[in-house]
Design a protein around this ligand. Sequence first.
Ligand code: SAM
Length: 162
Amino acid sequence: MVRRDPAIGVATVRAWARELPSGGAVLDLGCGNGVPISQVLIEDGFVVYGVDAAPAMTAAFHERFPRAHIACETVEDSDYFGRVFDGVAWGLLFLLSADAQAALVRRVASALKPGGRFLFTAPEQACTWTDMLTGRQSISLGAKVYRATLVLEQAWPLSRVC
Ligand SMILES: C[S@@+](CC[C@H](N)C(=O)[O-])C[C@H]1O[C@@H](n2cnc3c(N)ncnc32)[C@H](O)[C@@H]1O
């Protein structure tokens, strides 16, 4: 079984979160068991709301962080707790189809407060690969397409993209 190195991404999440309001609300999409992204955010005083489609992952998340909010549902079907957030971190954007990525970026934009920030990782160049953790086909639309998708959302100036 492949395990994720929990040190990977910690510095990036911390640097990103420093731009958020202290104690703000963050949505962690594809949160898995919460390590390390939700964990870092909780340690740094943010209120975390996790969404993951895998029951075993959300159960592990709840056991580890009983006071955090967690929903076992797909990001496509989630209502994102019916609220808005200071930041949204995606652990799974690259696992979705190209069409689903573009559509969801637009949908999740409505769950972000004005001035809110968005964090995701994907290779700079458009490409496909197999995600080591899930074994699933992964797709990067490439930085140019992601930027264009975000700019199309007038409410999302590039300065909000990390
Ligand atoms: C690559 S893992 C990332 C987990 C964690 N955020 C991390 O950084 O280690 C992707 C996670 O997304 C979840 N996932 C995949 N497709 C999903 C979907 N359509 N809706 C919700 N969760 C999904 C998987 O169950 C898995 O826990």
